[in-house]
Design a protein around this ligand. Structure first.
Ligand SMILES: [Zn+2]
Length: 130
């Protein structure tokens, strides 16, 4: 069931591939078909910046079943150093340590395991930069 999605999203999921608008330079992650800044539709693939900061965040205390053992955990909107914005779980941080503006770095981590099939999905999580 998830195989097609994993394949479709592999470049953004594993390579952090973003799309830079050739019209105005804005970087979109995940990649999109039309630039929301200039309506351009001509993009080039770029690697998303690996560091950025927390713009806003929320603590998940009642997660979906697949993430139950991780609760409570933080999910944040990040602004990367190249200007792209993305959402990610913030790992290695206690809920009370979360701060707006906190510097983070993306790390490749296990995201979840799918039910009886045991398929493990990997992706990027943000971790605080000391
Ligand atoms: Zn644009």
């Amino acid at each position: 069931m998830i195989t097609a999605r994993v394949w479709r999203e592999r470049r953004q999921r594993y390579l952090n591939e973003a799309a830079r608008c050739k019209g105005c330079g804005r970087i979109h992650f995940p990649p999109r078909q039309v630039c929301d800044a200039c309506r351009g539709s001509d993009f080039e693939a770029v690697r998303l910046a690996e560091t950025g900061k927390v713009l806003s965040w929320s603590i998940i205390r009642v997660p979906p079943p697949a993430f139950a053992q991780e609760a409570p955990y933080a999910v944040a909107v990040l602004e990367m150093d190249d200007g792209a914005r993305m959402m990610a779980q913030v790992a290695d941080v206690a809920p009370e340590e979360m701060r707006t503006g906190m510097r983070v770095r993306l790390e490749f981590r296990k995201i979840r395991q799918y039910g009886r099939t045991g398929i493990i999905a990997y992706g990027h999580k943000a971790v605080p930069v000391a």
